[in-house]
Design a protein around this ligand. Structure first.
Ligand code: LLP
Length: 416
C-alpha cells in the first residue's frame, strides 16, 4: 500500500495535491511520500520479529539524502556500492556501523574510506578483492570485517539484466570455491571473517528462489562451522519485486516470514536484508506535463516533458510503468498513445500503447518511480535533471532542487 490516491478527482501525495505541486515546482518532478517509505521499511523490520536482524536499505535504489535521512531516523542500516554512496549515508546521518559495502570493483580509496568510517562489513566478491582489502587494512592498522558473496547458482526468473545469482553472472564466488576462499580469508592477518551474503537478482516475484538460495548458504555455513570458521551474520541481499502492472510479488511480510522460518533455531546468526525497490519504488511518482498531442498515420503520440534521461527504465529494460492522469474523470475522448519524450532517440519513451484522454498542458504521473528513477537520470541532450520533493502529511520538502542551465557545464572549461 502507498499514500498516493485520488481525492476530489485529483491525485494526492499524502495530503498534498500533485497538481498544485506540479504547477508550483514545475515538471518533470519526482515526488516521494515519507509515510510510504516508512511503512515499507517497517514491514520488513516487523516481519523479522525477534530474530536478530538488520535491514540495510539498498542505497542505489534511491540515494537522495532526504530519503536516506528518513530511513536513518528509523534506525535503518544501508547497503552501499561506492564511496559516493557511503558519503551520502554519512551526510544523511546514517549509522556507519550498520553499513554493508557490496560491489565487484571497490577501489583502495573506497576501502580506506569505509575502514576509517567503521562500517559493519565488506561484502567481498572475489579473491583479488580479499587481498586488496587485507592490504589496505594493514596499511591503516585496522581489522576489516568481511563477508563473502556466494553465488548460489539459482535462477531468479527475472529480467536477464537484473538477474545476478547464476553462474554466468559476474557476481560473487562460486559455491564450489566457497570453503577454500573462506579458508584463505581466515588466514589473512588483517581480515575478520564475520558473514556470508548473496543477492540473486532484482524484481523477483516468487519466494521460492530466495528460499533455495538461503538453504544452499546454510549448508555452507554449517560446513564452515565444522572447520572452525564461525559465521555471525547471513545477508540474503535484496531483490523483492513490486507490482508495476500485474505482477503479484509476495508481501514483504510473507517474504520475510519465509526467510525467518528457515532461520529458526539459529538465533545466533543475525539476518541481514538489503531491500531497495520494495521500499522505494511505490513511495515515489514522476510527474510530467503533456507538451503536444501528435497524431501520426499509424500512431498517436503524447509528447511529454519527461524523457529517457529522467526515467530510463522503460527504454533500458522495456519496463512497463503505469501512467495515470493527475486529474481524473475529465470528460475527454480517449485515444491510444505512445508517451514519448523530447530526446532525439527512437528509444525515448515512457510508455507505449496507453489509452489516455489528454490535451496539451495536462499532467500525467508515472507510478512506482521512487526506485531506480532519479538515481539513473542523466543530462543527456543537455537536459536539466528534475527536482525531487518529499511530502510528509501536508508538509512539502524540496529534497533536491531542479538543476539550472549553469549546472549543466559545472566543472567544464572552454579553451581560450
Ligand atoms: N543488494 C545488491 C548486492 C544489489 O545488487 C541490489 C540491486 C540490491 C541489493 C537491491 O535490489 P532490489 O531490492 O532493489 O531489487 N536498475 C534496475 C535494478 C538493478 C538492481 C541492481 N542490484 C531496475 O531499474 O530495475
Amino acid at each position: 500500500m502507498d499514500h498516493f490516491s485520488y481525492q476530489n478527482q485529483t491525485l494526492h501525495a499524502e495530503d498534498v495535491s500533485v497538481k498544485d505541486l506540479a504547477s508550483q515546482y514545475g515538471t518533470p518532478l519526482y515526488i516521494y511520500s515519507r509515510a510510504t517509505l516508512e511503512r515499507h521499511w517497517k514491514a520488513f523490520d516487523e516481519a523479522l520479529g525477534d530474530h536478530p536482524h538488520l535491514i540495510c536499505y539498498a542505497v542505489k535504489a534511491n540515494s537522495n539524502i532526504g530519503v536516506l535521512s528518513v530511513l536513518a531516523k528509523l534506525g535503518s542500516g544501508f547497503d552501499i556500492v561506492s564511496g559516493g554512496e557511503l558519503a551520502r549515508v554519512k551526510a544523511a546521518g546514517g549509522d556507519m556501523s550498520k553499513v554493508v559495502f557490496s560491489g565487484v570493483g571497490k577501489t583502495p580509496e573506497e576501502i580506506e574510506f569505509a575502514l576509517e568510517e567503521g562500517i559493519h562489513c565488506f561484502n567481498v566478491e572475489s579473491e583479488p578483492e580479499l587481498h586488496r582489502i587485507n592490504e589496505v587494512a594493514g596499511k591503516v592498522g585496522k581489522q576489516a570485517p568481511i563477508s563473502l558473496r556466494i553465488n548460489p547458482d539459482v535462477d531468479a526468473k527475472t529480467h536477464p539484466y537484473i538477474s545476478t545469482g547464476l553462474k554466468a553472472n559476474k557476481f560473487g564466488i562460486a559455491r564450489e570455491r566457497a570453503i577454500a576462499v573462506y579458508e584463505l580469508a581466515n588466514s589473512l592477518p588483517n581480515l575478520n571473517v564475520v558473514g556470508m551474503d548473496c543477492h540473486i537478482g532484482s524484481q523477483l516475484t516468487e519466494t521460492g528462489p530466495f528460499v533455495d538460495a538461503l538453504e544452499r548458504l546454510l549448508v555452507l555455513i554449517d560446513e564452515l562451522a565444522s572447520k572452525g570458521i564461525h559465521i555471525k551474520h547471513l545477508d540474503v541481499g535484496g531483490g523483492l519485486g513490486v507490482t508495476y502492472r500485474d505482477e503479484t510479488p509476495p508481501h514483504p511480510r510473507e517474504y520475510a516470514a519465509a526467510i525467518a522460518e528457515k532461520m529458526k533455531g539459529r538465533e545466533n546468526l543475525t539476518l541481514i536484508m538489503e531491500p531497495g525497490r520494495a521500499i522505494a519504488a511505490n513511495a515515489g511518482i514522476m510527474v510530467t506535463k503533456v507538451e503536444f498531442v501528435k497524431s501520426g498515420e499509424e500512431k498517436n503520440f503524447a509528447i511529454v516533458d519527461a524523457a529517457m534521461n529522467d526515467l530510463i527504465r522503460p527504454s533500458l529494460y522495456s519496463a512497463w510503468m503505469s501512467i495515470i492522469p493527475v486529474v481524473e474523470g475529465l470528460d475527454r475522448e480517449t485515444h491510444n498513445y505512445d508517451v514519448v519524450g523530447p530526446v532525439c532517440e527512437t528509444g525515448d519513451f515512457i510508455g507505449k500503447d496507453r489509452e489516455l484522454g489528454i490535451e496539451s498542458g495536462d499532467y500525467l504521473a508515472v507510478r512506482s518511480a521512487g526506485a531506480y528513477g532519479f538515481v539513473m537520470a542523466s543530462n543527456y541532450n543537455s537536459r536539466c535533471r528534475p527536482a525531487e520533493l518529499m511530502v510528509d502529511g501536508s508538509d512539502v520538502h524540496v529534497v533536491r532542487e531542479r538543476e539550472n542551465l549553469k549546472d549543466l557545464w559545472k566543472g567544464e572549461h572552454k579553451l581560450t
